[in-house]
Design a protein around this ligand. Structure first.
Ligand code: C2E
Ligand code: MG
Ligand code: MG
Length: 374
């Protein structure tokens, strides 16, 4: 691909450098990158590897033009390569000024995240979910937060993608699971038995380790399996349906519940939902927001709730903020929901207060019902 006018060398590990002279550059450096990707894309067999076919992907960064030194040219190519990785791999990116700062800040974020777990900087907040007919709490969703020395409280959308990209999510997800289960046990011991829901990333479901993790975490923390719900997004589910279905089935055999998060934004088929025997669909907040704006929005909600009913899967609405959203959802007989209208994600102490209040109200209601009956 590189031809006579260039050189290919291995820098170390899985990093290679291609040096192309002006001659081969004439048609544009992108052409070389395109040809490299194409060449790597061809399946090949390893000697003695049997019938197994392998394929390689590469992230290519390109730096062209004059620099003070060769080091600087390499550094810029490196920056562009990180950009290519970040963009989703198996692609090339041409270096541009300004990329440096974006890559730099991501690398700093990654470095900070690598020590955050050891330094105990993550914590969980809990958002209650409610039964929409009688408004009783049905569970608590654990949501991660990062209390960084230098950045303050960081929201998951600002660091989960990087955790997924680097694979750090596997270790941190394991911590979340354990922490949430321990919290569930503490609530039970305080007299408030309530289920906990934990968000799980696709990367965590990539190996069988996930199943053993759930099993050992339940055993070690003492949480009843039916008090745990695993939330996975539709897109995570669809990455490798066969493998994921198998792992989820094993987890479900333990008694754990499975919910599909952000439902409606991915591409799961009815067959998948049935095959997985999913317990709940969490209808994405975007549909709840749309619902009261136009007729189509309302129709979509009606259809999604009807789908749940037809498949005997519970439906939950995410992000309920307005009372008219609530009334509409109640009218459609959506089973449950969560949202700022009822409660924001609560820190541990506030979650405890919330549960105490609810338990007290429940006791009061039971007492007055007894009074009425006698
Ligand atoms: P999600 O699982 O769909 O969680 C619901 C998100 O919606 C939460 O955002 C919650 O604070 C927010 N929310 C709830 N009610 C309302 C509302 O009425 N209005 C609005 N505008 N927002 C509402 P949060 O905590 O920022 O989490 C964002 C996403 O990050 C989560 O979406 C989940 O996908 C991911 N995430 C959070 N914690 C974890 C975790 O421990 N592991 C993994 N893998 N992902 C997590
Ligand atoms: Mg969730
Ligand atoms: Mg969601």
């Amino acid at each position: 691909v590189v031809r006579e006018s260039g050189a290919v060398a291995r820098l170390g590990g899985d990093e290679f450098v291609v040096i192309a002279s002006e001659l081969s550059f004439a048609a544009g450096p992108e052409l070389i990158a395109e040809r490299l990707l194409e060449a790597l894309d061809q399946p090949f067999r390893l000697a003695g590897g049997g019938q197994t076919c392998l394929k390689l992907t590469a992230s290519i960064g390109i730096a062209a033009g004059d620099r003070e030194s060769a080091d600087e040219l390499l550094r810029d190519a490196d920056v562009a390569m990180y950009e290519a990785k970040w963009d989703g791999r198996h692609r090339y990116v041409l270096f541009e000024a300004g990329m440096q700062t974006a890559v730099q800040s991501r690398m700093e974020l990654e470095m900070d995240l690598r020590v955050a777990l050891e330094n105990d900087e993550f914590f969980l907040v809990y958002q209650p979910t409610f039964n929409l007919q009688d408004m009783t709490p049905t569970g608590m969703e654990a949501l991660i937060r990062w209390n960084s020395d230098t950045r303050g409280i960081v929201q998951p959308n600002d660091f989960i993608p990087l955790l997924e990209e680097t694979g750090l999510i596997v270790e941190i997800g394991r911590w979340v699971l354990r922490e949430a289960c321990l919290q569930g046990v503490r609530w039970r011991e305080a007299g408030h038995p309530i289920g906990v829901a934990v968000n799980v990333s696709a990367r965590q479901l990539d190996t069988d380790e996930f199943v053993t993790d759930v099993e050992s975490t339940l055993r070690e923390t003492g949480l009843d399996a039916n008090m745990l719900t695993i939330e996975i997004t539709e897109s995570a589910l669809m990455r490798d349906v066969q493998q994921t279905a198998m792992r989820l089935a094993t987890v479900k055999e333990l008694g754990v519940r499975v919910a599909i998060d952000d439902f409606g934004t991915g591409y799961s088929s009815m067959a998948n939902l049935q095959q997985l025997s999913v317990d709940a669909l969490k209808i994405d907040r975007s549909f709840i927001t749309q619902m009261t704006h136009n007729q189509e929005g309302e129709t979509i909600i009606r259809t999604l709730v009807a789908l749940g009913k037809a498949l005997s899967i519970e439906t939950l609405a995410e992000g309920i903020e307005q009372t008219h959203e609530l009334s509409l959802l109640q009218g459609e007989r959506c089973d449950g929901g969560q949202g700022f209208l009822f409660a924001r994600p609560l820190e541990e102490a506030d979650a405890a207060t919330f549960l105490r209040k609810w338990t007290a109200e429940k006791a009061l209601a039971a007492a007055s019902a007894r009074d009425r009956d006698s």
